[in-house]
Design a protein around this ligand. Structure first.
Ligand code: ADP
Ligand code: MG
Length: 693
């Protein structure tokens, strides 16, 4: 592969200095880059839709000759409108574009063109608005017509035709120089195409089956290297000497006595797993997943205290200040009046005054502080520990793998526990957390009441308010949530504020109503929350700030107004605020959903309270790209393969990577030398980070 990596595309016919510059915008510099510039989709032009058979409302590809063209000014929008009429002998279609007067240069009458777009009926004519277009030139017709045609990502100054031509040319010229990254044995074992056939069929598929096989092979390769790098990282970390903690029965009894309840079986099992890791010399790399309220914090805290018993320090990192504070307050309360009351526990967050931070840092460095809770402020260069041996990272999906490695560097290969309350579909966790052992708490503490969930149209609100009055009369408390998509959306805020005032004077007159939202001063918001906790507020009107961590077992009713505007995960987190006591709870989603996605979301949230099922549904509804945002390691490190759509290939590649590293951990066997070089090239970060954490 190395020769192709070093050969500039400029050596290709048809690529001069100007075009070379433009290709750079597509990330293409070398011949190899060009070969790996894959189509974003395909058009099957072997069976083109006849213009007489165009289906209104559908996206389709049509072709024909330009028989007329012209432009006008829209009297309505004053935009420049350019129109062409295309005829294929069976019918006609109009192509319409706005504000693109230069198009006139392309659509000369008699020119053969292909259009791809959505057909619409407009004033008795069939048209496509702003379709993708392509001029068919006789000289390159074989690449653009009568076959499955690749459609590439474009950039200004480059056409599909041009890309097809140079890529076709590139394959022909350099295919004999391609070195297959996958050994024959591996290819045979998994029935994978060789690299030449794959690249040919990724770009210019012989047929759809070949295209799919090519895609499978290329994805497998990419997954394989990804998994190899992750497994290598894991092996490197585990090879480092960490802390061998002593965790004895006396400590366990002491820990147990901190709580008025007994642990669930799931909690006990996971604690055993953590203790097992902590006792080993090699560092712990563990993911702890479990739904909201299942009792993860307690389990994570056990490790912190065990480390401190061993005269070490520990860290508890949360993604936001609110969460960090909440953990801090909870943990402080647990430690108070327990046998651990002498433990020094502090909070480090960005908003702390500088002089306090300086003071705190000193204490961290001298080891006066045993347990440090905080946000990513913990990651700051000048936070140094005396002897950090145990790290908890809450809500890992908000931190990247790099941050995870970074915090680990603050100790000598500390044990790391990553926690997530966003259940991750199994297949995905393999990609996101493939270097971690997984522990799952799949059981809620006993005695939690059931939650009934109902979607009601907005007009039923009065009935819900009447129900609320009854519940409050029985001594229960209530949340009423308003959407606040973006904190700056003044309008939404007004909805909560206006309703609050309205409720006080009307529906809930005489009852104690409170308001909390994200734009309040923190102290004010805290004061309101405290009042709600103490029962001095009966009905709390809130925006989605409530999503994180409040724990009021007496709150048994939640109303979510405009529920269609919340994401599924968000609805699940919000609803997790009720059903914390032993009484039955009720969640009302007031909504008149219109979009299919919103309807699907509400259906999902009504049908189950199981976070894992909700996560799967979320994934299905939102599709691959949006589920985890763009920064997820593993999702954006993969250029071509898609872990969400190619689960079977992902797993196959994982097994292969495990087999390979088991047989040859260092990948030193000459036949694996290739693998080693490639992962060093593609994932250098993973390997260097590994030695640190
Ligand atoms: P998570 O972090 O998983 O959301 P927490 O650890 O905050 O859950 O626990 C939620 C609530 O349940 C807390 O009030 C906690 O004290 C309580 N809790 C935890 N484990 C148990 C248990 N085994 N039995 C009863 N209550 C528990
Ligand atoms: Mg250890």
């Amino acid at each position: 592969m190395s020769k192709l990596t070093q050969t500039s595309v400029q050596f290709l016919k048809g690529v001069g200095p100007a075009r070379k510059k433009i290709l750079e915008n597509l990330g293409v510099q070398s011949v190899e880059d060009l070969l790996y510039l894959f189509p974003r989709r395909y058009e099957d032009r072997s069976k083109m839709t006849l213009l007489s058979q165009v289906k209104i409302g559908e996206f389709q590809t049509v072709s024909g000759k330009v028989i007329a063209r012209g432009s006008r000014q829209s009297w309505f929008t004053r935009k420049h409108v350019y129109e062409t009429v295309i005829d294929d002998g069976t019918g006609r279609i109009f192509g319409v574009w706005f504000n693109q007067p230069y198009l006139d240069n392309y659509f000369q009458p008699g020119t053969e063109v292909v259009l791809y777009g959505q057909a619409a009926l407009y004033k008795n004519r069939i048209q496509m608005i702003s379709p993708e277009y392509e001029i068919i030139d006789k000289s390159d017709k074989s690449l653009s017509m009568g076959r499955i045609v690749p459609i590439y990502p474009l950039t200004k100054g480059i056409s599909q035709r041009y890309l097809r031509k140079i890529i076709h040319n590139c394959i022909a010229t350099y295919s004999s120089d391609l070195i297959d990254t996958l050994p024959v044995a591996t290819r045979n074992k998994h029935r994978l195409l060789n690299i030449n056939e794959s690249l040919e069929n990724i770009h210019f598929p012989e047929n759809q089956i070949k295209q799919e096989e090519a895609q499978r092979r290329i994805s497998f390769e990419e997954f394989l290297f990804f998994h190899l790098s992750i497994i290598k990282r894991r092996m490197n970390v585990l090879a480092q000497p960490g802390t061998q903690h002593v965790v004895d029965e006396k400590f366990r009894a002491k820990f147990k006595s901190c709580f008025p309840f007994s642990f669930t079986n799931a909690q006990k099992r996971v604690m055993e797993e953590i203790v097992g890791d902590m006792r080993k010399a090699s560092p712990m790399l563990r993911l702890l997943q479990g739904d909201v309220g299942c009792g993860k914090t307690v389990v994570a805290l056990m490790g912190c205290l065990a480390a401190i018993e061993n005269k070490k320090q520990s860290v508890f990192m949360a993604p936001t200040e609110i969460l960090a504070r909440q953990h801090f307050e909870n943990i402080k309360k647990i430690l108070e009046n327990s046998e651990f009351q002498n433990i020094h526990c502090s909070l480090l967050v960005g908003s702390l005054p500088e002089n306090e931070k300086i003071e705190l840092r000193k204490k961290i460095k001298t080891g006066t502080i045993d347990l440090l809770i905080g946000t990513h402020a913990l990651l700051s260069e000048d936070v140094r520990f005396k002897d950090l041996s145990y790290v908890v990272i809450d809500e890992q999906h908000k931190f990247g793998v790099r941050q995870r490695a970074f915090i680990s560097q603050k100790g000598l290969n500390p044990d790391v526990l990553v926690m997530t309350a966003t259940p991750i579909p199994r297949t995905l966790s393999l990609t996101l957390f493939g270097d971690l052992d997984v522990s799952t708490i799949d059981e809620l503490p006993p005695g939690r009441g059931k939650i009934g969930t109902k979607v009601l149209p907005l007009e039923k609100a009065p009935n819900v308010y009447a129900f609320i009055r009854d519940e409050v009369a029985k001594g229960r408390q209530v949340y009423i949530i308003y959407p606040l998509v973006d904190e700056s959306e003044a309008l939404d805020l007004k909805a909560a504020q206006t309703s609050f005032k309205h409720f006080e004077k009307n529906e809930f007159k005489g009852l104690k109503v409170g308001l909390v939202h994200g734009q309040m001063k923190r102290d004010d918001a805290d004061a309101v929350m405290q009042k709600f906790k103490k029962g001095e507020i009966q009905i709390l009107v809130a925006t989605s700030v409530l999503e994180v961590g409040v724990d009021v077992p007496n709150a048994t009713v939640m109303v979510i107004e405009h529920a269609e505007r919340f994401g599924l995960a968000q609805l699940h987190q919000l609803r997790g605020r009720i059903g914390r006591g032993s009484k039955e709870s009720f969640c009302f989603l007031l909504s008149d959903p219109v979009t299919p996605e919103a309807i699907a979301r509400l259906k999902a949230i009504v049908s189950t309270t199981d976070g894992f099922k909700i996560a799967e549904a979320d994934l299905m509804i939102r599709g691959p790209g949006q589920y985890f945002g763009r920064h997820q390691h593993g999702l954006n490190e993969l250029r071509f393969a898609n872990p969400l759509l190619q689960i079977d290939i992902l797993q196959l590649a994982r097994l292969e990577a495990e087999d390979l590293t088991q047989a040859d951990p260092e990948l030193n066997d000459p036949k694996n030398q290739n693998f080693k070089e490639i992962i060093q090239k593609r994932y250098p970060d993973y390997l260097t980070m590994a030695t640190a954490g």
